[in-house]
Design a protein around this ligand. Structure first.
Ligand code: WT7
Length: 643
């Protein structure tokens, strides 16, 4: 590892940074570690508005944490109202561009008006703190407005990514017991309409808890409206009051539930609450993205993922930033769309995924070269480890060798960035998230929970609760305990493998469980398998992630059929479509391989390790002594050569 290049921050960057120099970082880290309650308490007081101060900072009944106990605050108030008495009143809060090229600039004052009106609509229909809402929307300002309006009233929201199917949407509505769905007719993606309302219509007949559907008009396409149930956003808005104060809510009030894949077929509803979540989302924007008042901040994620929650909406707005939101695809109408946007709005901080970087890299340098990217001063990466070639391209071609790249490791569960460089303090090593942030007690341990030595691989764990951590799995406290805290007793189990080098830098290596990472999106192998075996022709299915140059991993499914005589090509097509229908288009397997049997241990457990090896190396080298029928493996490995 000695030849790993190291990129210290330039003196120029350090001189203007929010945290200047390694010693400043170390001091913050030391204080947070030695006196966490004092550290977080002081920040909460300074950085957030509270209707009522907490009685104590922290309460820990392992593994259940409470932060700022007894405190009353409101996330929406912090993201919007409190800026109105400052020079930010007329600052752009949201700059939005639609895929067709339409644009909107919404100031903090205007955002306050829009959010208050929509809150009034919700309130007048009887919704209140404790109710649950589903938000199923395209990337338009109303998505953020809906989230903020829910937060204003204490309605717990769950944003469902617009790529999820009716089946997946239904499962989330039911698990959450949602009483209202906020959606749109559709959104634009690659020049085509992605219909959303029709998907809601397909999901709702089996969701008796839902009383109202509010539909925002985006594409203007024909949409059936069920009398009594469906309402146009703009019609309800007509008479809405602009006076709808933010509710003082308990610091532990449930802000949102976001579903993510676990190791079973059933997604987990990750619960985030109010005060602690907002504090860490806000602080990481300042620490990691080094936010300055004049910055335009662009996170390219979809609000359907946690990255969109924390770094398009809650973190940047709470910090008083200008956050940019783009509706569509990076290649529409051409591969320079993102660079066009950077140039047009003079974006300063740009945050995206390695998958996107690799896809754009492949199109060549001419696309970014055609645009003035000189406004950029900081780049970010999230979702998976970034490979050296993608890092180097991002650094050189996009950042012109003057922008630090913050590689940010975190998870839906952590709520906020956990391991990442403070760019004016910590030298970069391409591919490493570098050092844990203040208050994050990260470690790399063995099966017994003991720290491993420098450069040894182990499990990435967090030793101590942090403010933005998930509070539980919605409706399933036992699964929360088992999944995260009982594997290595007393430690938070991330599910990732990592190693720490002699400088203390953490290198995340990938998942150790049956979770795939496809384009930075988490998907469990079991979830795709369960979808496949629901198809009438399928007897058994085993799914593995296969290395992919662009998406990191691609989904490869091994399938055995109930009756052997099917047309494989047609069925493969049908099964890929089936998975898209059951989960969503992004879960469509890249490859389906048919087999007369799957490799199993003598006790009947599918040996995914062998399948992973087959798709990676096209052969099997490891120990196969527990395998029941070696012939299966040979036949599966041989299949590749036939293709
Ligand atoms: C998993 C979490 C948090 C937003 C995006 C994904 C992987 C995430 C990095 C990174 C290496 C990373 C991990 C993690 N991951 N960021 N910078 N370097 N791996 O959220 O869907 O909850 O997935 O993504 O495996 O556990 P998520």
């Amino acid at each position: 590892m000695s030849e790993t290049p190291v990129y210290p921050p330039s003196p120029e960057f350090v001189s203007k940074a929010n945290v200047q120099g390694l010693e400043a970082y170390r001091e913050l880290y030391r204080r947070a570690g030695e006196r966490p309650e004092e550290f977080w308490g002081e920040l909460a007081e300074k950085e957030l508005f509270w209707f009522q101060k907490w009685s104590h900072v922290f309460e820990w009944n392992p593994p259940f944490a409470k932060w700022f106990v007894g405190g009353k605050t409101n996330v929406c108030y912090n993201c919007v109202d409190r800026h109105l008495s400052t020079p930010r009143k007329n600052k752009a809060a949201i700059i939005w561009e639609g895929e067709p090229g339409d644009q909107r600039v919404i100031t903090y004052q205007e955002l306050h008006r829009l959010v208050s009106r929509f809150s009034s609509v919700l309130k007048s229909r009887g919704y209140q703190a404790g109710d649950r809402a589903i938000i199923y929307m395209p990337m338009i300002p109303e998505a953020a407005i809906a989230m903020l309006a829910c937060a204003r009233l204490g309605i717990t929201h769950s944003v469902v990514f617009g790529g999820f199917s009716a089946e997946a949407l239904k499962a989330r509505i039911l698990d959450l017991g949602a009483v209202i769905v906020i959606t749109a007719d559709g959104g634009w993606r690659r020049g085509k309409e992605v219909k959303l309302k029709s998907v809601v219509d397909e999901a709702l007949p089996e969701c008796p808890s839902v009383r109202d559907v509010i539909v925002c008009r985006r594409t203007g396409s024909e949409t059936g409206m069920a009398a009594g149930r469906d309402h146009w956003w703009h019609e309800l808005d007509e008479n809405a009051s602009e006076d709808c104060p933010a509710e003082p809510l308990d610091s532990e009030h449930p802000l949102y539930v976001l579903y993510t894949s676990g190791t079973t077929g059933q997604p987990k509803g990750i619960l985030h609450t109010t005060g602690g979540y907002l504090l860490q989302a806000t602080m990481t924007v300042k620490w990691v993205f080094d936010l300055h008042e004049e910055d335009t901040f662009w996170c390219t994620a979809d609000i359907g993922w946690v990255t969109g929650h924390s770094y398009i909406v809650y973190g940047p707005l709470s910090a008083g930033a200008t956050t940019l939101m783009y509706e569509g695809a990076p290649d529409t109408p051409a591969f320079d769309r993102w660079w066009r946007i950077v140039e047009k709005y003079r974006v300063n901080i740009f945050y995206t995924s390695p998958t996107a970087i690799r896809a754009l890299l492949r199109q060549g340098e001419k696309w970014p070269a055609a645009h003035d990217l000189s406004s950029l001063r900081l780049l970010g990466s999230v979702g998976e480890p970034i490979n050296p070639a993608a890092w180097e391209w991002y650094y050189r071609v996009i950042g012109k060798e003057k922008c630090p790249i913050v590689d940010t490791w975190w998870q839906t569960e952590t709520g906020a960035i956990m391991i990442a460089p403070m760019p004016g303090a910590v030298a970069l090593k391409p591919g490493s998230g570098t050092l844990p942030l203040p208050g994050v007690d990260a470690d790399v341990v063995d099966f017994a929970g003991n720290p491993v030595g420098a450069d040894q691989e182990g499990f990435l764990v967090i030793r101590r609760p942090w403010p933005a951590m998930l509070r539980t799995i919605w409706g399933d406290g036992q699964r929360y305990k088992d999944q995260y805290w009982n594997r290595l007793p007393g430690l938070y189990f991330t599910g990732d493998a990592a190693r720490r080098d002699a400088d203390g830098y953490i290198w995340v290596l990938g998942r150790v469980d049956d979770v795939m990472n496809v384009s930075g999106h988490r998907l469990s192998t079991m979830e795709v398998e369960s979808a496949l075996v629901r198809h009438p022709a399928v007897a058994e299915a085993a799914v593995v992630g296969k290395p992919d140059e662009i998406t990191g991993q691609a989904i490869c499914a091994f399938v055995t059929l109930k009756s052997g005589n099917a047309d494989h090509a047609t069925l493969a097509k049908e099964l890929r479509q089936w998975v898209a229908h059951e989960i969503g288009g992004f879960a469509r397997p890249q490859e389906i391989r048919f087999s007369d049997a799957l490799p199993k241990t003598r006790s009947g457990k599918i040996m995914r390790r062998l399948l992973r090896e087959i798709v990676t190396t096209h052969s099997v080298s490891g120990d196969v002594t527990t395998l029941e029928d070696m012939g299966v493996v040979t036949r599966l490995a041989a299949q590749h050569d036939e293709e």
